[in-house]
Design a protein. Structure first.
Length: 158
């Protein structure tokens, strides 16, 4: 297993496969709308919207961590970990730890005040993993989303 590295544009097909694998695991297999082209444009265009780290095992990307900057009105600049995904065959073998280590080091290098992410309340293996690393899982917060239809419905009410 190699140390994580910055993703390259040619990694995006495999990154999308891992995103789809996560969606299936989270019982949302049909929810992924993003394409390889979206990932290539959004991550490697003139104004990258995210940074992605990958971890390879025997020259195959078996884990990713995708992050982007956010801003907290209480803390200042923070780093958001959108997804930390490890292929099913490599869970529990250190890939997730290597990726999280890389994200935390990246956040420190950026000088962020916090690194934040969400985890599904039923995903006990992930919750235990994050808590074992010292993360504070905020069980009293609810995530709020407005999807595209929700945005349209909201605007139609104005």
């Amino acid at each position: 297993m190699e140390q994580p590295r910055l993703a390259r544009i040619e990694d995006m097909p495999r990154v999308l496969e891992l995103i789809q694998e996560l969606a299936t695991y989270e019982k949302e297999a049909d929810a992924v709308e993003i394409t390889v082209s979206d990932l290539e444009t959004d991550g490697f265009g003139s104004n990258p919207k995210f940074t992605c780290f990958v971890c390879e095992v025997e020259n195959v990307v078996e884990g990713i961590a995708l992050v982007y900057p956010r801003y907290s009105t209480w803390k200042g600049e923070i780093l958001h970990l959108e997804d930390l995904i490890v292929s099913e065959n490599y869970r529990g073998k250190g890939v997730g730890t290597l990726l999280l280590d890389t994200v935390v080091k990246h956040g420190q290098q950026l000088g962020v005040k916090r690194i934040s992410w969400e985890v599904l309340d039923w995903n006990e293996p992930a919750i235990k993993f994050y808590e074992s690393k010292g993360a504070d899982v905020k069980r009293d917060w609810d995530v709020v989303h407005l999807d595209e239809q929700g945005i349209q419905n909201y605007l139609n009410q104005l």
